[in-house]
Every structure is written in C-alpha cells, then in structure tokens.
Design a protein around this ligand. Structure first.
Ligand code: NDP
Ligand code: 2IT
Length: 452
C-alpha cells in the first residue's frame, strides 16, 4: 500500500496558523480552506509551488485600508459608517474587484471576497489583481440624495488609494450603476482628471456595453459549457434563481434567451414560485421593479398571481439547474440534500461562495455538476477588464464584440477547469479545476517577482 500523503495534516496545521493570525473571520477561513484543500495536494506533487512561503503570502493581503465615512441624512442628522478596501494581491495586474454596501459587511467578508477575486481574475486570463471593498452602510430606504452624499463621502476617503493603474473598483451587492456614477463623479472632482478608475460606469461616460449583463450572462454561458461537455444542453430545463439583483436578473434574461424555464427568484424578504415560468413580460416587470423602482419581490407575486413565501429561499422548489445569485452561504447542506432529492442536475454559482462546505460536499458526492463562483461568475469582472481596455484605447466596442469576447473568456475558463479538474472516471471536479487553474498563474508571477 502506498503511504497516505500527509497533506491533510499539513492543511490543518496551516489553517490553525491562519485562524490564530486572523481571529473571528469565519468567511475568510472558509474561502482559504476551500482553495487550499486542492492546493496542498498540488504543491505536494509540484514542490516548487510551495517555495518562498507562497501559500502564506497568498493568504496575507498586500494591505487593508480602513476609514471612517461621515455623511448627513435628509434630516440633517450625521452618521458615521466604516469603509474598507482590501488590496489583496497585484501580482498579475492592478488591483481589481467590487465594492459592497450592505449592513453585514465586515473585514472577514471583504477578505474572503478579495482572496477569491485574486484567483477568479487569474482565471479570466486578463491582467487584473484581486481586491474588494465596501461599507457597512445600508442603502435600503435611503433617498437618492442620501445615496449621493454617502458615495461622495466614501470616495473622498478611497480616492487616495485607487487609480487606473493601481486599483480599479466596481460594483457588488448594493453598488450598481447609480452608486458607481456618484463615486466616479466625486473622484473626478477630487483628481481633476478623467480616467478609467472604476468599471461598471454609465455608458455615457466610458462604461462598456454588456457590463451590466455580464455576470448573469457569463454564468449561463458557463452552464452551457458544462452541459455541452456531457452531451446535453440547457434548452427546456427548469431553473431556479436566487436573488433578483444585478446577477440574478441577467442570469434570468439569458436563460430566457436559451428557452429554459425559470420558476423562482427571491430577495432577502422571501421567494416567489411561478410554476408557469417567467415570461418576457414578467421579466420586464421584475427588471423595472428591481432596477428602477427598488421594490420588494412580493409585488411580482401580487401582479402575476403566484405564490410568495416570506423568509424562504428557493431551494425546496424542484428544478434541473439551480443558480444561487444572492449572497454567501445562502445554500447549506440541508438545502443541497433537498435539491438532490428533487433531481437537480447542475448547480452554477452566480454569487460568491453561496454554497457552504456541506452543500458542496453533498453535490460532489452525488456527482451533481457543480460550478464554483470563481469560475462561473467571472463574466462580470471579465467585462470590467474589457471596459478597462476600451478606456485605455479611448474607444467603445459594439455589443456583439464585447459579448463574443465574454463567451470566449467563459469558454476558456471552462477549458482550464477541465485541464486541472478531470477525474479518472472522466467527470470534472470544477472546484479543483478552478482552484488550480487560478492558482498557477498567480503563483508563477509571485515566484518570478521574488520576495516582495
Ligand atoms: P445586488 O445588490 O444587485 O443584488 C443582491 C440580491 O441578493 C438582492 O436580491 C438581495 O435582496 C439579495 N441578497 C443580498 N444579501 C442577501 C442576504 N444577506 N440574504 C438574502 N438575500 C440577499 O447584488 P449583485 O447581484 O451584484 O450580487 C449578488 C452576488 O453576486 C454577490 O455574491 C456578489 O458578490 C456576486 N457577484 C456580483 C458581481 C457583479 O458584477 N455585480 C460579479 C460577480 C459576483 P435584497 O434586495 O432584499 O437585499
Ligand atoms: O465579485 C465580482 O467579481 C464583482 N463584484 C465584480 C468585480 C469587478 O471588478 O467587476
């Protein structure tokens, strides 16, 4: 019998050190463990990748900037929020990643997101390092002017640390085109320059076509690749999508393009179940409800006479494909068991780390096609990278040009997952494929650049 490799013990020791150095950061531990679970055996077989403390350096952000954001509400009352930018790793390009405004934001969440972003951005093949930032500010119920004043106050602090060749923020939960525009306006006022310092901009001042749609579209392109790999397709498949924000909406739209049937969507107040499926008319209502009117999803159920279940997620609804597109750890082991029991064939993450470790294990044990976010939601940051290219060239590509490039990038990410994730029985472990595929390029760059 060959001796059992010792990397399990090594990994546990590594995790103990990580936890000691970073007390109270469970989301960060979770993201690191998920990656290192594959990287430890890989470095065991390729010891050069364990040189120069690469794994320790990869789990230590380059820097974290923390600042106070003071702003005034419509009643003239002052508020103090906290802002962060986690500049995780710039080995392969300027820092790149979104900003999240949500009351749950803390350092653990932003470190997990910045860490994941580093490997996701590597998988895209574009020159982008990893970062994330945001605030514990809650945009819900705020007036447009309050949002503007908050964004201006936030950028007054952040502007010192970003730049088109340094760090290029974008959107995430609670940060869309409106917020990016207010922040960009403030950056321009402070700097007296016009440059591509943020992505996800309005089309009127340097935004890219298809950026708004890119994460959701990309997730569906990735799902198509997974089904093509096993000789199937997504046409006619029953899908459930969680969330109804930027990622969820354009995931739903692309599923409609593909003649799939979407029977559920949600927000933090609950889930709508529409067994007849979302039609184009219903999609337009939902898009307007969420993008313009900023309303609650219950209105969809009231308008179209279907079921709304308060405080529920959509995972008990039978489907062929599940697209978690809301937030981290929104799908646990019990949810996964229910999905598998109901015959789910694939789970494709639009959100970052939406499936918890029990859920992932359950999908893998049951040989469900499972795509981790760092591969399947990379479409958004990919088109952000294309927006940076267009800004540098001072021109704008057509919708077709950007969409074709996005498809190409998702195809290439899928290929990398196959290259590093194929199992002896021919099935694909997309988690391992994405982890190793993302790791190699960052590690190669770090090894080449010396001890910095
Ligand atoms: P949005 O703010 O546009 O939408 C978020 C959606 O998820 C809303 O429906 C929101 O409901 C719901 N949601 C958020 N937090 C929670 C929560 N704690 N519990 C239940 N529901 C929640 O964000 P995005 O669509 O941009 O982001 C969604 C996910 O996709 C995130 O994980 C993000 O990191 C990831 N992502 C985003 C990219 C992008 O380009 N925007 C790119 C790649 C990944 P409610 O409105 O009620 O709060
Ligand atoms: O998680 C993500 O990839 C994003 N929120 C998008 C980041 C970006 O820079 O477009």
């Amino acid at each position: 019998m060959p001796k059992k490799p010792s990397h399990h013990g090594d990994l546990e020791k590594f995790m103990r050190g990580l936890k000691r150095r970073n007390p109270g950061q469970p989301e960060f531990y979770q993201a690191v463990h998920e990656l290192m679970h594959d990287i430890f055996p890989f470095t065991h077989d390729h010891p050069s990748y364990a040189a120069d403390a690469i794994l320790e350096r990869l789990t230590e952000p380059d820097r974290i900037i923390i600042f106070r954001v003071t702003w005034e509400d419509d009643q003239g009352k002052a508020h103090a929020n906290r802002g962060w930018r986690v500049q995780f790793n710039n080995s392969i390009g300027p820092y790149k990643g979104g900003l999240r405004f949500h009351p749950s934001v803390n350092q653990s969440i932003l470190k997990f997101l910045g860490f994941e972003q580093t490997f996701k951005n590597s998988l895209t093949g574009l020159p982008m390092g990893g970062a994330k930032g945001g605030s514990n500010f809650d945009p819900k119920g705020k007036s447009d002017r309050e949002i503007m004043r908050f964004c201006q106050a936030f950028m007054s602090q952040l502007a010192h640390y970003i730049g088109e060749d340094t760090d290029v923020p974008a959107g995430d939960i609670g940060v869309g085109s409106r917020e990016i525009s207010y922040m960009f306006g403030q950056w321009k006022r402070l700097e007296n320059r016009f440059a591509g310092v943020m992505t996800g901009k309005n089309l009127a001042f340097g935004g890219s076509l298809v950026r708004k749609e890119a994460t959701g579209y990309g997730a569906v392109y990735f799902a198509e690749e997974m089904f093509t790999q096993i000789g199937g397709d997504i046409e006619g498949k029953t899908c459930v999508v969680s969330g109804s924000g930027n990622v969820a909406l354009y995931c739903i739209e692309k599923l409609l393009h593909n003649q799939a049937k979407v029977v559920a969507a949600s927000d933090s107040s609950g889930t709508v179940h529409d067994p007849d499926g979302i039609t184009w008319e219903k999609f337009e209502f939902l898009q307007d409800l969420k993008e313009n009117r900023r309303g609650r999803i219950r209105e969809y159920a009231e308008k179209f006479g279907c079921q709304f279940v308060a405080d529920a997620n959509p995972w008990s609804i039978p489907c062929d494909i599940a697209f978690p597109c809301a937030t981290q750890n929104e799908l646990n082991g019990a949810d996964a068991a229910q999905l598998v029991k109901n015959g789910v064939k694939a789970v494709v993450e639009g959100a970052n780390m939406p499936c918890d470790p029990d859920a992932i294990a359950h999908f893998q044990e049951n040989k469900i096609l499972y795509a981790p976010g760092k591969a399947s939601n990379a479409g958004g940051v990919s088109v952000s990278g294309l927006e940076q290219s267009q800004n540098s060239l001072r021109l704008s590509w057509s919708r077709e040009e950007v969409d074709t490039r996005l498809r190409g990038i998702m195809h290439d990410i899928h290929k990398k997952c196959i290259a590093h994730g194929v199992e002896p029985d021919g099935s694909v472990n997309y988690v391992r494929g994405a982890n190793i595929g993302g790791f190699i390029r960052v590690a190669d760059a770090m090894l080449a650049q010396g001890l910095v």
